[in-house]
Write a new protein. Structure first.
Length: 447
């Protein structure tokens, strides 16, 4: 008798390494102290791969994108051969910042101070009065200072450590996971960014746990499972985390539930399912939606569903990329939440809340459970936190983290007491400490 071979797509993704996480006290000073902030910059930020740019922002040779991280500004430029190079945004004459626009196109990078001119590859090609330099023409020995740069999944990543490991080594198991979605060509649908009055880690801590969902985002229990054991947690040796929250069904902790309400109702409707058919078996909607996505998806143009496991069709896959990104994949969208430190103030950071959608959902005109009106790639809307709404979920998160910073300053705060499901926060702080102590960056990934 032939044995039915299990389809890999119906199986869960294999677990990650799950390194031991020693307890961490997480004193308030980690979020307020200028000395700790300086140590983090010197030892951690300058030694990690940072998701910084987007390839689609710089399609043609000479197109550039500029992004800041703490006190640094980095220029990313598309080269003639299609690759991307990154440079510190600092002139080698007397240090002026070179480019002040966020993006654009240049034939050459010309310093606004004395017109020193650099080619796309960083070469210094022109200085005024070269004969006036008795030490020799600066074009003979100076160029822009390059930053390690790689592209992956449509993003441009940089690392300020010239001897850094490859991005693939740095990302560890994330590398393979993200390739399933292949979001290289996904388009930015929304992009709101805010300066927030809290340390960058307060927000990343928040994204390292789902313990807060029930109180901070009660509305999410309508179609996302936030609690153990229906949420899976993983940690990698490299310092990244993964959290898989079952979706496409009511949460087991839904108040008064399980009940099929909006937006699960619309999600069922989108896949030609009727809520009434699930009376008394509300948790079966997840499996039913997966099956409908398998059978109807390709006909509707969602070719990439074939590469996704069933759980990736319905369950939000949330990644904490060390140190400062939280990236949540759904079948057809990815939410990038990124924190960058203020240049000077440990109690302030920049928060990006950007959503990318697959071309297939743009084509179909449907996004998650509603109509999708895509009017072109979103420009970044930069605000001061509180001046304008960012959206329900980010407003709920950031309202909480801004308030948490106030308590973290208090002499009455004695350090954190973490639940087991918050161990990824301890892991984040542990890995930061490893950078500060010099244990990282590592040549190999032995933990
Ligand atoms: S500082 Fe750039 S040309 Fe003088
Ligand atoms: Fe949240």
């Amino acid at each position: 008798m032939a044995t039915k071979v299990a389809d890999w797509r119906s199986e869960q993704a294999p677990p990650w390494a799950q390194p031991e996480v020693p307890p961490h006290k997480m004193e308030g000073s980690r979020y307020t102290d200028r000395g700790f902030f300086a140590d983090e910059w010197e030892h951690m930020w300058t030694n990690v791969w940072l998701l910084l740019g987007r390839e689609s922002e710089i399609p043609e040779p000479g197109d550039f994108q500029v992004e800041d991280v703490g006190p640094e500004s980095i220029i990313m430029v598309r080269q003639k051969d299609g690759s991307v190079k990154a440079f510190y945004n600092a002139c080698q004459h007397r240090g002026s910042r070179l480019l002040f626009a966020d993006k654009g196109h240049v034939d050459n990078i010309v310093c606004p101070y004395h017109s020193w001119t650099y080619a796309w590859d960083g070469e210094l090609t022109y200085v005024q009065d070269p004969e006036d330099f008795s030490g020799g023409n600066p074009c003979d020995d100076l160029s822009l200072v390059e930053v390690a740069c790689e592209t992956f999944c449509g993003w441009v990543w940089v690392n300020m450590n010239p001897d850094c490991e490859s991005l693939e080594e740095y990302l560890g198991p994330v590398w393979e996971d993200w390739q399933a979605w292949q979001p290289d060509g996904w388009r930015r649908m929304t992009a709101i960014s805010a300066w927030v009055p809290c340390n960058w880690k307060v927000i990343q801590d928040n994204f390292c746990e789902s313990y807060h969902l029930l109180t901070v985002h009660p509305q999410l229990t309508a179609n996302i499972e936030e609690g153990v054991p229906w949420t899976r947690f993983d940690m990698s040796h490299e310092g990244h985390n993964r959290m898989v929250m079952q979706g496409g069904m009511p949460s087991h902790r839904q108040e008064g539930g399980p009940e099929i309400v909006s937006p699960l109702l619309e999600q069922l409707d989108m896949w030609e399912l009727k809520a009434d058919d699930f009376k008394g078996r509300e948790f079966d909607t997840r499996r039913a939606i997966q099956q409908q996505m398998r059978s109807l998806g390709p006909k509707r143009g969602y070719a990439h569903y074939d590469r996704l496991r069933d759980e990736r069709l319905t369950d939000p896959h949330h990644f904490n990329i060390f140190p400062n990104c939280s990236v949540t994949f759904a079948a057809d969208s990815v939410l990038l939440q990124r924190m960058r430190p203020d240049p000077l103030d440990p109690q302030r950071c920049r928060f990006d809340h950007w959503v990318y959608v697959s071309p297939e959902s743009i084509e179909a005109g449907i996004f998650r459970s509603g109509r999708l009106e895509f009017t072109g790639d979103a420009e970044v809307n930069m605000i001061e936190y509180g001046d304008a709404p960012m959206g329900m979920v980010p407003d709920q998160d950031i309202g909480t983290t801004a308030g948490q910073q106030l308590g973290l300053r208090s002499r009455g705060y004695r350090g954190a007491r973490l639940a087991d499901q918050e161990s990824r926060i301890a892991r984040l702080h542990h890995v930061i400490d490893e950078y500060i102590s010099g244990e990282r960056p590592r040549a190999s990934n032995a933990d």
